[in-house]
Design a protein around this ligand. Structure first.
Ligand SMILES: C/C(=C\COP(=O)(O)OP(=O)(O)O)CCC[C@H](C)CCC[C@H](C)CCCC(C)C
Ligand SMILES: O=C(O)C1=CC(=O)c2ccccc2C1=O
Length: 298
């Protein structure tokens, strides 16, 4: 895409609606679960890995597409110009597009379960989709109660990493479970960051996000602790002998972690300035998880 096309406001809105960088949150847990499996077995089933990757991306697409549908029903997205429903003006189309992605993603995972004659991976994925639904769908909408970060941690951490590990090995592993914690924390961090600039709209719609509950100043302080927890925790697991020493390569993401904490500390109360912080959090997540997985592969 040329520079002129990227700066076209309509294309900018569509890119903001589709959020391409966000899809690394579906890719990294599959990468880490597979990397831990490879470290232990020295075998990589490429067909299972690629099918799982595409399926996880499709399921996350469902989550995001249906988020715009459900949020259109509560009115919380009325000022969100990059909502797919607002952009197209066609809620039923977006609803069915989301359902198509969900069915396609689940069929991919069903294919893995059938190849392996073992329904475990499919069962875990259904549970993950259930968590995705109760986060935003009626009558639950647990994200509106401020429970999104906990749901996010379990869905993208223990559930997805374990499912990816199991799809390669058909066994369970404590190392994979420990690794899933290291993936779950920065994923929840992204969601936490996504609330800073939305306090006004969230309050108006009755959404009690963690930032609505805490206020932006305390939120910025808590953010430092959440971000800072990933690195010593990884070190601790290395010292216990759970992770190989090369997983400390994930510390290479520290410059983004500092940038995130500094940026939010300075701008937590300025919605226009803080609104990009979730994409800095995506960089923390991407680089920490990428190098963490490399540490298992070496
Ligand atoms: C859509 C998500 C966050 C955006 O929420 P919000 O309403 O605040 O956004 P806007 O302000 O932009 O409208 C992501 C939420 C993720 C959710 C907590 C958990 C999703 C679970 C996945 C579907 C599970 C996939 C794992 C499975 C394949 C094992
Ligand atoms: O649009 C968003 O704000 C998010 C989308 C998304 O898919 C996701 C996944 C995991 C953690 C956070 C988020 C978002 O914040």
């Amino acid at each position: 895409m040329t520079q002129a096309q990227i700066s076209d406001p309509k294309i900018k809105l569509w890119m903001a609606a589709i959020k391409p960088p966000m899809y690394s949150v579906a890719i990294m847990p599959v990468w880490i679960g597979t990397a831990v499996a490879f470290a232990q077995t020295k075998v990589l089933n490429v067909a299972v890995f690629s099918t799982f990757l595409v399926a996880a991306i499709l399921i996350l697409a469902w989550e995001n597409i249906s988020n715009d549908v459900f949020d259109a029903e509560t009115g919380i997205d009325k000022n969100k110009h990059h909502s797919l429903v607002n952009l197209t003006g066609n809620k039923p189309l977006i609803f069915w597009l989301g359902n198509f992605c969900l069915i396609a993603g689940l069929l991919g995972i069903l294919a893995i379960a059938i190849w392996q004659k073992d329904p475990t991976v499919f069962g875990i994925s259904l549970l993950g989709c259930g968590l995705g639904y109760i986060y935003q769908g009626p009558p639950f909408r647990l994200g509106y109660q401020g429970l999104g970060e906990i749901i996010c941690f379990f869905a993208f951490g223990p559930l997805l990493v374990t499912a990816a590990y199991y799809s390669q090995t058909q066994t369970w592993s404590m190392t994979s479970l420990a690794a899933s914690v290291i993936v779950g924390i920065p994923t929840s961090l992204i969601l936490f960051c996504s609330h800073f600039h939305q306090v006004k709209d969230d309050i108006a719609a009755g959404k009690r996000s963690p930032i609505v509950r805490l206020g932006t100043a305390k939120g910025a302080q808590l953010l430092k602790w959440i971000t800072g927890s990933i690195y010593p925790l990884t070190l601790l697991f290395v010292l216990w002998g759970t992770f190989p020493v090369w997983t400390l390569l994930s510390w290479l993401s520290l410059p983004y972690a500092f940038k995130l904490c500094h940026h939010v500390e300075q701008n937590h109360h300025l919605p226009d300035k803080v609104s990009n912080c979730k994409f800095i959090a995506v960089k923390v997540h991407f680089w920490s998880c990428l190098f963490f997985g490399v540490g298992f592969m070496l």
